[in-house]
Design a protein around this ligand. Sequence first.
Ligand code: NAP
Length: 251
Amino acid sequence: MPANPFSLEGKTAIVTGGSRGIGYGIARAFIEAGARVVITARNEAQLNEAAASLGPNCIARRCDNADPADIAAMVESAWALAPIDILVNNAGISPYYKKSEHVTVAEWDAVVDVNMRGTYFCSVEVARRQHEAGMAGSIINVTSVTGVVPVVRQGVYAATKAAVHQLTKVMALEWAEKGTRVNAIAPGWVDTDLVGGLFASRHGEGLRADIPLGRLATPGDVAGAAVWLASDASSYVTGSVVVIDGGRQLV
Ligand code: NAP
């Protein structure tokens, strides 16, 4: 084990949805730990601005995670820069907060396509190349505590996150002999654009009251676990779900 097992020196990562929020926080922490990071998102202006703010060890690649062909092209382009040691499947959406009987087929498809199918095919594209190259890799899926405990008005979103927990375990088992570790981080409520509107709404007070530590997480609260799971410090950890929720799952 190196002198600092948490170091990411010499490693290259992809962080999907790295242009803001949790993904941006993880990309920044990876770069501070010594990695080179490819961040992806759809909005190119915001993506390029984020990459510029993270400095020369950050590269931007536009990608829509709802489109498997786009994912394949993005991974090919990122791999041409350097073999990818670490993949963080962070891109995700939660576009509604309503009970299940009000969800449309289009809303179901949109959430499943990004959160579940996108995570699946991005993992496969990276892992296949890692196996061909004989590399040990780390894949980290950013899921949600809603994949662990039921949260009302989050039905499809919660189902995608629970599904990714099972994918995490299946892929960890399938790829252990090849040296690719697969783990998940399940955050509780994190103060980002994704939930800003919800917490400003009439639901905000009740949601906040259900957090034992009494505050939303920051992206930095999540990034430390991502550095650990990406680094040699977690070399014997695979198939795990790390919950970072201020105690929300205990309520
Ligand atoms: P956010 O602030 O809305 O950021 C989402 C990121 O994903 C952005 O970079 C966004 O960029 C990108 N993205 C969205 N749809 C995409 C698509 N189709 N293809 C590619 N990139 C896409 O959200 P966040 O709160 O940081 O959430 C990040 C992850 O954490 C998600 O998986 C979310 O489910 C999970 N999470 C969040 C919370 C929370 O309370 N905030 C809690 C638990 C889990 P573009 O829009 O430009 O594509």
